[in-house]
Write a protein that binds this ligand. Structure first.
Ligand SMILES: [Zn+2]
Length: 323
C-alpha cells in the first residue's frame, strides 16, 4: 500500500475567491483564461503561439475585455514553455533562455506581461503549472512528492513537493535525461543537444521521424509501441530511483496514446528489476492526469497572486498562501 502522509501543502483556498487571470504559454498554442484562484475557469481563449510582439497584445486585449465585463483582475499566473529563468534573484528573471521557438530566445516575458496588463505575473513552467493543479485538485492530491511528466512535442517534467515545484537552480529538464538506446534503434535523435536523451528518442517528433506516423497507429504490444514504452519506462525507473515519488503522472499528446501508460508501467518495473517499493507496481502509481488537458491553465489560475507578485497585487495578509 502506498503510505499517505499527512498533507502539509500550501493551502490555496482563500476565504473569498479572487478574480484572476491565467496564461498557459505552450509551444504551439496558448490558453488565456479568466477565473478564480481556486482553479475555476470562467472564460478562456486559445491562441496560436506566434511571435511575442503579436501574442502579448492579444493576451492583454482578452484580459482587458473581461476586466470591463467582470471587474478588476487581481493577479496573473503563468505556466510558460522553457527554458526560462525563474530565480527571482537572477537579473534575467522571467526571461526565456535559448529556445528553438522563433522570436522567443531572450524574450523578457515577465516585463512584457507586466507592461501590457498592469499585473505582475507569477511564472512557473507549463509542466509545473499542470503539476500544481494536479496536486491541489487532481491525481497528486494525496501525494507529498509527485512528478508530472508530459510527453508531446517535447518531454518535460516537474517535481511537485507539498503542492509546489521544488526550488531549483533552473527548472528540472527531465526530458533530457540520457537513456539506454536499443541496439537495433538507429534513428537519429530529435534533440539537437543529445543523441540518447528521452526527448530525442521518445517525444512526438522522434516518433514521427522514426515511424512516419504517430504512436496511435500502432497497437499495444507492437514493436513500435513497446520501443517507446521502454524508453518512457526507463525514464520513470530513473525517477523512482532518484526521487522515490509517491506517484508519477504521464500526460501530453503522446502520453494519451491508448495503452501507453500500462505498457510504460510494465517497462518501468522490468527496468527496476524488482528493486523498488511494492507501491510502484500499483496501477495508479503511474497514471493519467485527472484534470486532462485543463491541468496547465487551471494551475496558472491557482498560482495567480502567489510568489513575488503577491505583495504588490493583493492586499496584506495573503503571504500565508505564498508559493
Ligand atoms: Zn536532449
Amino acid at each position: 500500500m502506498r503510505v499517505l502522509l499527512p498533507s502539509r501543502k500550501v493551502d490555496l483556498q482563500m476565504p473569498n475567491k479572487r478574480l484572476v487571470g491565467g496564461i498557459e504559454l505552450g509551444g504551439t498554442k496558448s490558453i488565456v483564461a479568466i477565473g478564480y484562484n481556486d482553479g475555476t475557469i470562467l472564460e478562456r481563449i486559445s491562441l496560436p503561439t506566434v511571435v511575442p510582439e503579436l501574442l502579448i497584445p492579444q493576451i492583454a486585449a482578452f484580459l482587458q475585455l473581461h476586466r470591463e465585463q467582470r471587474g478588476e483582475i487581481l493577479a496573473l499566473g503563468v505556466g510558460a514553455f522553457g527554458p526560462i529563468s525563474l530565480d527571482p534573484n537572477a537579473p534575467n528573471h522571467g526571461k526565456l533562455l535559448e529556445t528553438n521557438k522563433p522570436g522567443w530566445s531572450g524574450f523578457d516575458l515577465a516585463s512584457a506581461l507586466r507592461s501590457a496588463t498592469g499585473l505582475i505575473p507569477n511564472i512557473v513552467t507549463d509542466v509545473a503549472s499542470a503539476g500544481i493543479a494536479e496536486a491541489h485538485l487532481g491525481a497528486l492530491k494525496a501525494s507529498e512528492l509527485g512528478v508530472y511528466l508530459t510527453v508531446g512535442t517535447g518531454i518535460g517534467g516537474a517535481i511537485i513537493y507539498h503542492g509546489k515545484p521544488l526550488p531549483a537552480l533552473l527548472h528540472p529538464e527531465i526530458g533530457h535525461v540520457a537513456l539506454q538506446r536499443h541496439s537495433t534503434d538507429t534513428a537519429p535523435s530529435s534533440c539537437r543537444f543529445h543523441t540518447n536523451c528521452a526527448e530525442g528518442l521518445a517525444a512526438g517528433p522522434a516518433i514521427m521521424a522514426r515511424f512516419g506516423q504517430s504512436l496511435r497507429h500502432f497497437a499495444p504490444g507492437s514493436a513500435e509501441h513497446d520501443l517507446i514504452a521502454d524508453y518512457l519506462g526507463q525514464l520513470c525507473a530513473n525517477l523512482v530511483l532518484t526521487l522515490s515519488p509517491q506517484r508519477i503522472i504521464l500526460g501530453g499528446g503522446v502520453g494519451q496514446t491508448p495503452g501507453l501508460i500500462d505498457a510504460t508501467r510494465a517497462a518501468m518495473l522490468d527496468r527496476l528489476g524488482g528493486y523498488a517499493p511494492d507501491a510502484v507496481a500499483y496501477e495508479q502509481f503511474l497514471c493519467a492526469p485527472h484534470l486532462g488537458q485543463d491541468a496547465g491553465i487551471v494551475g496558472a489560475l491557482c498560482i495567480a497572486g502567489h510568489g513575488s507578485a503577491i505583495s504588490e497585487n493583493l492586499s496584506g495578509g495573503c503571504k500565508s498562501w505564498q508559493l
